[in-house]
Design a protein around this ligand. Structure first.
Ligand code: ASP
Length: 324
């Protein structure tokens, strides 16, 4: 055998063992599946992340909005996608609540994915349409009790953060409102602005512009502390809703079996993103924050996801909410 060919064989075997295409990854555009509609909070985060990933990985990042069923349709799409690093998932806290909210899921949350890392934390805001009579949370609560059959509440489906926030809010005020499901809170916001929707709880990444331009009423933020970019808006907790805290954390995932060298490149690119001043300041304007570096890795995401599944399971069970 020719000496050169002899030398090439181990390299070919090694490349195959690492996974086909792992060494020159990425050599084409990467798709991030966002399991909600375009223009909403998850989409906004994915597009901002995409900018920094493109700079690092030198390939275009394309967003695929596959909304519906509280995000579970898009999650399932990634679970069933080719594990070559070209189809990834950005999903929020709903990854942890869906296993308790749905009697059956078409994917296995802990076993059908590779974990890349946590991405960002985003607080929520409780909003009303501009013409909703109450001007404060104090006025809102008696208004909702008196008008519970008339008031509707938008969310992005069972399993969405807006759904979770609504559940917690309704259980605190012991009043059930009619909920209307959308494929994401971007279309829900359109209807809130149009007056067809009365109330919505949604991430600051979708609500900051509307709050600042005064086109909606805002009753509070859902984080434990006030949001620096919305510092005049009180938290729900400081207005008497003790313990009301929802901060929407986000994870970045790949289909199970994605080769380790590809995952390593994605982890490194994510770590560059969370430290990127441009990414940080774009998110800060929207009331959000990238995670600290220590959370932007597979182990941190895996253990946080498991802890969140364990945390929300009993709360959801107590609320008695299931979807089929
Ligand atoms: N904000 C939505 C939610 O409730 C998701 C979205 O449209 O991005 O989870």
């Amino acid at each position: 055998m020719h000496a050169l060919i002899k030398h090439l064989i181990p390299a070919v075997v090694l490349a195959t063992a690492c996974g086909a295409g792992a060494q020159d990854y990425p050599n084409k555009s990467i798709t991030i599946v966002v399991p909600f509609a375009a223009g909403g909070p998850t989409d906004t985060l994915a597009r901002n992340l995409g900018v920094t990933l493109t700079n690092t990985l030198k390939q275009q990042v394309v967003i695929d909005n596959s909304g519906g069923a509280g995000g579970t349709i898009g999650i399932n799409k990634v679970a069933k996608s080719k594990n070559d690093g070209y189809t990834l998932l950005l999903m929020h806290i709903g990854m942890a609540t869906a296993p308790s909210l749905y009697r059956t899921l078409p994917y296995d949350t802990m076993n059908d994915f590779e974990f890349i890392g946590q991405v960002a934390d985003v607080p929520m805001t409780l909003l009303g349409k501009k013409t909703l009579p109450p001007n404060s949370l104090k006025e809102l609560l008696p208004y909702l009790k008196a008008n519970k059959d008339k008031v509707n509440y938008a969310n992005a489906g069972i399993g969405a953060a807006s759904h979770l926030c609504g559940l917690l809010f309704m259980s605190q005020i012991e009043t059930d409102l009619t909920s209307i499901a959308y494929k994401g809170t971007a279309p829900a916001m359109t209807d809130l602005l149009g007056g067809q929707i009365d109330l919505m709880c949604d991430q600051t990444t979708n609500t900051t512009a509307q709050i600042k331009s005064g086109t909606v009423k805002v009753y509070g933020v859902t984080s434990a502390a006030r949001v620096p970019s919305l510092k005049d808006i009180p938290t729900l907790a400081e207005q008497g809703m003790k313990g009301f805290e929802v901060v929407v954390w986000h994870g970045f995932y790949a289909p199970k079996g994605t080769p380790k060298p590809i995952l390593d490149k994605l982890v490194a690119a994510l770590q560059t993103a969370v430290q990127d001043p441009g990414f940080k300041s774009r998110l800060a304007e929207l009331g959000a924050e990238p995670v600290p570096l220590a959370k932007a890795n597979p182990d941190a995401l895996r253990s946080h996801l498991q802890a969140e599944i364990n945390k929300w399971g009993p709360i959801i069970k107590k609320a008695g909410i299931y979807a089929d």
